[in-house]
Design a binder for this molecule. Structure first.
Ligand SMILES: [Zn+2]
Ligand SMILES: [Zn+2]
Length: 109
């Protein structure tokens, strides 16, 4: 009797059995790399956002109403819905303060 039951790897179509019931040796690396890739993406976005806000320090929506409010959020004018082209297109970015952003996205207030 084996100590632990062997389970198939969760990667679709992978026939290997695993001891921990998650991913086989090969696919565990693959999935770890994916989450590391996501961290790199987050860092890239954070840097791009910081740079954008340095050049566009005032909330665009408040400015339309004649108010000067420091922007803290980079908003996608057209929702990107995970579309990388829209996501990274700076002409689709606008600086917003938190309350304008919350109002736009329907959160808060
Ligand atoms: Zn596998
Ligand atoms: Zn605002």
């Amino acid at each position: 009797m084996p100590k632990k039951p062997m389970r198939p790897c969760r990667h679709p179509g992978c026939p290997r059995l695993t001891e921990n019931g998650v991913y086989c040796e090969e696919h565990r690396k693959l999935y770890e790399r994916e989450s590391a890739g996501k961290r790199g993406y987050d860092n890239k976005w954070r840097a791009a956002r910081t740079r954008f806000l340095r050049h566009h320090p005032l909330c665009a929506e408040c400015m339309r109403q004649g108010k000067l409010t420091p922007a803290t959020v980079v908003d996608h004018i057209v929702p990107h819905r995970r579309d990388a082209r829209l996501f990274w297109d700076e002409t689709n970015w606008q600086p917003l303060c938190k309350s304008c952003h919350d109002r736009k996205t329907g959160r808060g207030e």
